[in-house]
Design a protein around this ligand. Structure first.
Ligand SMILES: [Ca+2]
Length: 291
């Protein structure tokens, strides 16, 4: 009888030990499982908590309105040394021009050969770089007299271009932005642009503004403010209504063209065939309107 009791006690102890071991194993499995799920988050997102935050939306206040050549199919826009520089598109109509901001007068004009469809431009040091749409060809000019210095090639379509002082930054209509060595034009890295709804396509004209990349989204009234390190959209600018109905007497195309005056911190925007160019100030919408 004593022996039976002893066996029963040993059985209970063994059962408790087994239960404890099984519990620990289960907890371990749950922990590893949760860790594995987290590791599936793309490294691109980096800080997942940041990615899930709502994105601020900005509207605008018009500070100044200027004349813009309504025959200019704007594909690239920069402000440099007190002048606007504009790259225009369409076959047989593409150009690079230096423009007086106040009057809209074209001060210097370079026409591209008819078979090129001009796209984005950027002013890098003492040069202007201009892309073309489907010719895989870019041009480098002297900034002061538009003398052609060289051509270069790229494998994608050419849409927008800007720079961060270290690299040229180029769009091709997809969610990808390419960072190019400004001397060799080799791609040194790229980012995929995304917001809380996924990849953001149709990135068009670009401008580097105070540590962020601004990008026109083709065929929309929106500009994305993009973190250049990870591609996350950190703000949306809604420019709906910028061009008034009375400005539509002549055919106009989409919003396109962002230029930033680094010295006076002025932001300029226009559109393809728009009769006006605007200096605007971004106005954050209330918290409740965040996306
Ligand atoms: Ca620009």
């Amino acid at each position: 009888m004593k022996s039976l009791t002893r066996n029963w006690e040993m059985y209970l102890v063994f059962s408790f030990k087994s239960l404890a071991i099984i519990s620990v194993l289960l907890l371990l499995v749950m922990f590893v499982s949760s860790f594995t799920d987290c590791s599936k988050i793309p490294t691109l997102v980096g800080d997942a908590s940041t990615a899930l935050k709502s994105v601020p939306v900005y509207t605008y206040k018009i500070i100044n309105t200027y004349v813009h050549d309504h025959q200019s199919f704007t594909q690239g826009l920069v402000f440099e040394d007190g002048f606007l520089y504009e790259g225009t598109g369409l076959h047989a109509q593409s150009s690079l021009r230096r423009v007086d901001l106040e009057t809209g007068e074209i001060l210097h004009l370079h026409r591209l050969p008819d078979h090129f469809f001009g796209e984005g431009i950027t002013a890098y040091q003492d040069k202007i770089v201009q892309l073309t749409w489907k010719s895989n060809t870019g041009f480098v000019y002297r900034k002061d007299n538009f003398e052609m210095l060289r051509e270069f090639n790229y494998s994608t379509e050419g849409w927008g271009i800007t720079h961060d002082s270290k690299h040229l930054i180029m769009s091709d209509g997809t969610p990808t932005l390419y960072f190019l060595d400004p001397e060799t034009f080799e791609v040194v890295r790229h980012i995929k642009v995304y917001d809380n709804n996924g990849p953001v396509k149709r990135l068009n004209e670009l401008e580097y503004v105070e540590g962020e990349i601004y990008a026109n989204i083709w065929q929309s009234n929106r500009i994305a403010k993009i973190d250049p390190q990870i591609g996350q959209v950190v703000g949306w600018v809604d420019l709906t209504g910028l061009l008034m109905p009375k400005d539509y007497r002549l055919p106009v195309d989409v919003l396109n063209g962002i230029a930033y005056d680094k010295t006076k911190k002025r932001l300029f925007v226009t559109g393809k065939l728009w009769p006006k160019l605007f200096e605007i100030q971004l106005m954050p919408l209330p918290e409740s309107n965040k996306l």
